[in-house]
Design a protein. Structure first.
Length: 113
């Protein structure tokens, strides 16, 4: 089944200036900090260099932070996929509600791409 996107996905090969910080998993305190791999209004993916304590369907909440903007973008969503390879763990989050991406984040991502 092919999924059609209603919003364009913004991605970049190097997103080290922007972090995903997860503070809660399934209603329990949890702390995971990693880098964004790609982001859109409907979801994002992250990448870690260490083992993930997440599984498909986990409900997570946290913030997106960046050195170039003063705000923290809050999100809540569920883990939609996890992929592990020898060097990293990657995961996807589908947001419960779409988020508004600030112009500075969009501009920075497009500049890096």
């Amino acid at each position: 089944m092919k999924i059609e996107r209603s919003k364009e996905r913004i991605s970049a090969s190097e997103m080290r200036d922007f972090a995903i910080k997860i503070y809660q998993k399934n209603g329990e305190p949890e702390y995971i900090s990693c880098f964004i791999q790609n982001v859109s209004e409907g979801g994002m993916s992250g990448i870690l260099d260490e083992h993930l304590e997440l599984k498909d369907g986990d409900i997570v909440s946290g913030v997106i932070e960046g050195d170039e903007f003063q705000m923290k973008i809050r999100f809540q969503g569920n883990i939609s996929w996890i992929k592990a390879d020898p060097k990293s763990y990657r995961f996807g989050i589908n947001f419960t509600n779409e988020i508004m991406l600030p112009d500075v984040l969009i501009a920075r991502i497009m500049a890096v791409a």
